[in-house]
Design a protein around this ligand. Structure first.
Ligand code: SF4
Length: 288
């Protein structure tokens, strides 16, 4: 009998050297119109037997690994007792383990009490990757993110208050031409109110099989050009206001301009980097 093929595991770039331990399969929401990651994957929670077996087998070959990423799309959907059991078991099998991380949907973070988040932090959950995607409620509703900007702000603040690091993702162009300005302004506001540890920009890619690509093919969604994307990035960078250091990365292949720096210290320089590309083209803002 042929074994059924395991779906691909997605992970943040910073987890390239981590043990990717799948604790769920897929995403329990799986309805964002732009996302293709788990579209064909039926969500399920992996059994304790499956998870423990994988930990034991990995420990046989890599007993001194230090980093573990709990996959898939929103590991925090698991109950806190189960997550604590997984993290504590990891510590028993990997004596040099120094950090555990995972993706988390804002809605799942909101369901955890401060005490639960604190317990997870104490157990070793050091960083959470959370998709902001947009700070604009109209854009969030249009892409079926299943959360409002207020929910995203509260979730992000809760993670930081628990003493964990928070890495956030924003998608440039997610509002298309029609909502670019409000997407930029409200996303800058949400970033400012959260003040995450890390901020990553991706540029919208329309993937086959997604409802958003379908809308674009019907003419109901106008994606930004690379130039318009740069204007949007500039608008966000101009309006964001942070008090604590935040590592900014915009080095994903989808982005028209790679950027890296620390906000607010490097804000002016980063803006200059973006702005320097624009006037040379002698093109007015497409939003004016
Ligand atoms: S919550 Fe994340 S993984 Fe799930 S569908 Fe939305 S973007 Fe994709």
């Amino acid at each position: 009998m042929m074994a059924s093929k395991e779906p691909s595991i997605f992970r943040p770039p910073g987890e390239a050297n981590s043990f990717l331990l799948r604790v769920t399969q897929g995403c329990s929401h799986n309805q964002c119109t732009f996302c293709s990651m788990y579209r064909q994957v039926r969500f399920r929670v992996r059994s304790w037997t499956e998870v423990e077996k994988e930990i034991i087998q990995t420990a046989l070959h890599h007993p001194f690994l230090r980093r573990v990423f709990l996959a898939d799309g929103n590991a925090l959907v698991l109950g806190t007792a189960k997550l604590l059991n997984i993290i504590n078991t990891l510590h028993r099998h990997f004596p040099k383990l120094s950090r555990v991380t995972c993706y988390a949907a804002p809605g799942d973070i909101l369901k955890k009490s401060p005490q639960e988040l604190d317990a997870l932090k104490q157990a070793g959950l050091r960083m959470i990757y959370m998709g902001i995607e947009s700070g604009d409620d109209g854009v969030l509703a249009a892409v079926n993110k299943g959360i409002t900007s207020d929910g995203i702000i509260t979730a992000g603040q809760k993670v930081l208050q628990a003493g964990m690091k928070l890495s956030t993702m924003v998608i440039l162009g997610l509002g298309g031409r029609e909502k670019s300005r409000v997407h930029a302004a409200n996303t800058a506001q949400v970033i400012s109110l959260i003040n995450p540890t890390m901020l990553n920009f991706l540029t919208l890619t329309l993937y086959d099989g997604t409802p958003l690509k379908e809308e674009a093919s019907k003419g109901n969604f106008q994606p930004l050009t690379p130039l318009e994307t740069l204007f949007e990035l500039k608008e966000i960078l101009e309006q964001v206001s942070l008090v604590r250091p935040c590592i900014l990365r915009s080095d994903h292949l989808s982005n028209p301009l790679p950027l890296a720096g620390i906000l607010p210290k490097d804000q002016k320089n980063l803006l200059q980097d973006v702005a320097s590309l624009l006037p040379t083209l002698q093109i007015r803002s497409p939003f004016l």
